[in-house]
Design a protein around this ligand. Structure first.
Ligand SMILES: NC(=O)c1ccc[n+]([C@@H]2O[C@H](COP(=O)([O-])OP(=O)(O)OC[C@H]3O[C@@H](n4cnc5c(N)ncnc54)[C@H](OP(=O)(O)O)[C@@H]3O)[C@@H](O)[C@H]2O)c1
Length: 209
């Protein structure tokens, strides 16, 4: 699959490394693809990963992953051009002023992303997993659960399969509106991970019989 990853930070680098390692064709969409930092990241990952400007990165991509700070989400999406009909995996959390959610209860970042990226099939996913765990490793001998949500069944299928390939336990949590619940869950995970008594890394898991 051809995957455009928008943002070359912790999440962008993490998914670019993991999906390219599985044989997917990954392009990192960056504001500065020729900067020393991005060039060195691309070279360190290898696996045929490349970097390009934002608009170029999404050409021909089957899936576009939004992995930028919330404050940069609108402008980044605008720079990608027309995303109508495209699968857009939104990994962001709408943090404003540090660790506060700027949207919630009756709206969400996922829904706002869908309003900005008019016509895109937005799937909210990967927002509750620590970027250091994007290699899909198990914790406590179990796969980490990744709830995903979105309004388009096919887009959810594509995003869900890619995430499952990473080694995660994917759960279809419902419509995009469920982002209203997934985004606060990220905050809970961050707050709990700050408690050193829980160890270095924690992950979310849904147990079922
Ligand atoms: N870190 C985590 O563990 C984690 C986990 C789950 C979800 N998230 C969410 O995923 C998103 C990305 O998180 P991250 O930790 O990968 O962030 P990050 O390390 O700060 O990287 C974000 C990337 O976004 C791009 N960007 C575009 N406009 C920017 C701007 N105005 N300021 C800064 N960077 C800008 C940059 O890439 P270029 O310079 O190449 O354009 C940058 O490297 C956030 O919304 C975050 O809440 C994070």
């Amino acid at each position: 699959m051809r995957i455009a990853v928008i943002g070359s930070g912790s999440v962008g680098a993490g998914v670019a490394r993991s999906w390219s390692g599985l044989g997917h064709s990954v392009v990192i969409g960056s504001r500065s693809p020729e900067s020393e930092r991005v060039v060195s990241l691309v070279s360190e990952i290898g696996n045929g990963v490349s970097a390009s400007g934002l608009a170029d990165s999404v050409a021909g991509a089957d899936v576009i992953v939004l992995a930028v700070p919330w404050s940069a989400a609108e402008v980044s999406l605008a720079a990608l051009g027309n995303l109508s009909g495209r699968v857009l995996l939104d990994a962001t959390n709408p943090f404003v002023k540090g660790l506060s959610l700027g949207l919630g209860h009756d709206d969400s970042g996922g829904e706002q992303v869908a309003r900005w990226a008019v016509g895109a099939h937005v799937v909210k996913a990967l927002n509750i997993v620590d970027a250091r765990l994007l290699d899909g490793r198990k914790l406590d001998d179990r796969e980490i659960s990744i709830p995903i949500c979105g309004d388009d069944k096919d887009a959810k299928g594509v995003a869900g399969s890619l995430i499952a390939e990473l080694g995660f336990d994917v759960i279809d949590a419902g419509k995009l509106e469920i982002s209203r619940l997934l985004e606060p869950l990220c905050l809970l995970m961050i707050k709990m991970s700050m408690k050193k008594s829980l160890g270095n890394e924690i992950g979310f898991r849904v147990l079922r019989d």
